[in-house]
Ligand binder design. Structure first.
Ligand code: 6PG
Length: 627
């Protein structure tokens, strides 16, 4: 359908430049309204008089007639200041459904500055001020900031004229769907894509769109090229597909349809090293890649997840408004979304988030083992955990409290679940990264390996017959002591997790802001907790929170209970590896002279690996012939 595009704004806002460029790009005629003034107006203006509304009336009608004439055969662009609503009314007369309005918006100072830079143009500041006074800002126009380059302005106008979507979501699994609804609920015009697999995944996007009213303005596709073409350029496409090879496959499928400077956001739990490689690869194709951690599960994705984007900062700025808007907000209303850093740093911290998550989950499982051994049934355990909310509030505590309440028939549902813990790999990667970076993330490794132990179900059943568990005494502990041991281990868990992030940041020169990372984990994500809130402030003072007076006090307060709980668990054959590891770690990291002297002597003995001496401050290597 033919359209007349009126480009409006005060003198000096760049209407003619933009109008001509736009006309060239759209291959349609361009008309400068000033060329259509009747002679009487031209004469008046040449004498320096301002036109009044009567003078303008005939002229605006001429432009309206011009628009009507052009519409019969083609679209066109007409440039005209049209500052008042009733001027626009005349221009629109009889063609309301065929007009589009583009308003070039700038401040008085910006325009003055521009006019002063032009050799061929003079306008007194009084005259310009009178234009600003006259201006009645249009409400339904495409409004563009004149600060952008002409090329960007034209690109922007074309995108908006074509009513293309601002943001694309690729992959409508559980998380993808929730993010689509979140984006749409926040007023964004989105395009959604899900592949077509005959008999398996058919019309997924279309059916999803029809299910939720908030998606009425969203576009649904199962054809990649049509999906990509439905997006404004530079395109912003978030990939919500399975991490691993699928991402590479999707990237290859998308590439032929993308244009330079388009942006792909990987929102899956991808390996950070792969993200770095994809970043480099896509750079060679002129495409930006934003590796982004997203935490919060299905509900978080819908209501506001914690978002951890990384990669090219300039490209991130273009997706920032979308990601910040859909993210959870912290207690001060700030988005739980920050630009984390370069390369795959966003996915690195999400990986560590998951490592910490593994431990928090494991600790709650161990706590439930202890409470059960203390004679509590699951309802009682649930009540105990509920009562811990005041001191140890966290999302995982909350859901575990609810889990222990859930019954199916006469029994608790959790009792009917096979005791084999699954995993999708992030705990594994965190442990590998710790080993590679030389960071002692002992709790994460312990939580991961505990899951692996559970996986050997048949062997466990078999061996349980050979090694009977012995209860030597009634568990001589209180629930408060268990709570303190739990809190103790959680602090160590967070210490180790953040230590891993700090070391990675130093090694890769990522320059990560640790306090901000803690802040974006205070809401929306799985490991949100009051402890995390405390750490935001602690990290403002130091990156080593074991030097923070309040944390030191807490650990010293909790330590006696922790020792008691763990020794009782050992005596009674209860499996509590993460709790035990926590105290071992604190003992290790706070031992001024460790037993590593013995290790060094052994290494030197059998392999001449040498050692350094305490009485030789030069740090020189020494070797002894031990025989
Ligand atoms: C989150 C979760 C999420 C997912 C994990 C589960 O932050 O929203 O961590 O990413 O639940 O992938 O991981 P496992 O399957 O390895 O336990």
């Amino acid at each position: 359908m033919n359209k007349v595009i009126f480009i409006i704004g005060v003198s000096g806002s760049g209407k003619s430049t933009i109008g001509k460029l736009l006309a060239e790009d759209l291959h349609i005629p361009f008309f400068d309204g000033d060329d259509f003034h009747p002679e009487s107006n031209v004469l008046k203006m040449s004498k320096g008089y301002a036109l009044n509304d009567d003078d303008r009336f005939g002229w605006l009608q001429t432009l309206n007639n011009l628009a009507k004439k052009e519409l019969k055969s083609n679209s066109c662009i007409i440039v005209c200041s049209a500052l008042k609503k009733n001027y626009r009314h005349i221009l629109n007369e009889g063609i309301k459904n065929s007009t589009k309005w583009v308003f070039l918006q700038g401040s008085f100072d910006q325009i003055t500055d521009r006019i002063n830079k032009r050799d061929d143009h003079f306008m007194s500041s009084e005259l310009l001020q009178s234009q600003f006074d006259t201006l009645e800002k249009p409400t339904e126009a495409i409004t563009i900031d004149i600060n952008l380059s002409p090329k960007k302005i034209v690109e922007n106008v074309i995108n908006q004229l074509q009513d293309k979507s601002e943001f694309g979501l690729f992959g409508l699994g559980v998380m993808g769907k929730s993010l689509c609804r979140n984006l749409a609920n926040n007023g964004f015009k989105i395009s959604m894509f899900n592949r077509h697999v005959a008999g398996v995944e058919e019309d997924v996007a279309k059916n999803f769109k029809s299910e939720f009213s908030e998606l009425s303005n969203a576009s649904a596709f199962d054809d990649i090229s049509v999906f990509v073409n439905s997006l404004q350029t530079p395109r912003k496409i978030m990939l919500m597909v399975n991490a691993g090879k699928t991402i590479d496959y999707v990237i290859e499928n998308l590439l032929p349809h993308l244009s330079e400077n388009d942006i792909l956001i990987d929102g899956g739990n991808s390996n950070y090293k792969k993200t770095k490689k994809r970043n480099e690869y896509l750079k060679t194709k002129g495409i930006h890649f934003i590796g982004t951690g997203v935490s919060g599960g299905e509900e978080g994705a819908l209501k506001g997840p914690s978002i951890m984007p990384s990669g090219n900062k300039e490209a991130y700025k273009q997706v920032q408004p979308y990601l910040e808007k859909i993210s959870a907000k912290d207690k001060n209303g700030l988005p739980c979304c920050i630009y984390v850093g370069p390369e795959g740093s966003g996915q690195f911290i999400k990986m560590v988030h998951n490592g910490v998550e593994y431990v928090e989950m494991q600790l709650l499982a161990e706590v439930s083992t202890i409470l059960k051994a203390m004679g509590q049934n699951l309802d009682a355990i649930s009540s105990t955990l509920e009562s811990w909310k005041d001191t140890a509030s966290s999302y995982l505590l909350e859901i575990t409290t609810a889990i222990f309440k859930k019954k199916e028939g006469d029994d608790w549902l959790v009792n009917k679940i096979l005791d084999k813990a699954g995993n999708k790999g992030t705990g594994n990667w965190t442990t590998i990264a710790s080993a590679e970076l030389g960071v002692p993330s002992t709790l994460i490794a312990s939580a991961l390996f505990s899951r692996y132990v559970t996986f050997y179900k048949d062997e466990r059943v078999l061996l349980s017959k050979n090694f009977e568990k012995q209860t030597v005494s009634e568990l001589n502990i209180t629930t408060n002591e268990v709570l303190e041991a739990y809190q103790f281990a959680r602090i160590i868990n967070h210490y180790q997790g953040f230590k891993l992030i700090i070391e990675a940041s130093n090694k890769s020169s990522w320059n990560l802001n640790i306090s901000e990372i803690a802040r974006i984990w205070t809401n929306g994500c799985i490991i949100r907790s009051t402890l995390m809130e405390d750490l935001v402030d602690a990290f403002k003072e130091t990156t080593n929170f074991l030097t923070n007076v309040e944390i030191i006090e807490k650990l010293n307060q909790y330590k006696p209970s922790t020792k008691k709980v763990i020794s009782q668990c050992v005596l009674n054959d209860l499996t509590t590896p993460a709790l035990s590891e926590a105290i071992q770690f604190l003992n290790g990291i706070t031992t001024a002279y460790a037993s590593a002297n013995v290790i060094q002597a052994q290494r030197d003995y059998f392999g001449a690996h040498t050692y350094q001496r305490l009485d030789d401050p030069s740090g020189k290597s020494h070797h002894t012939n031990w025989n």
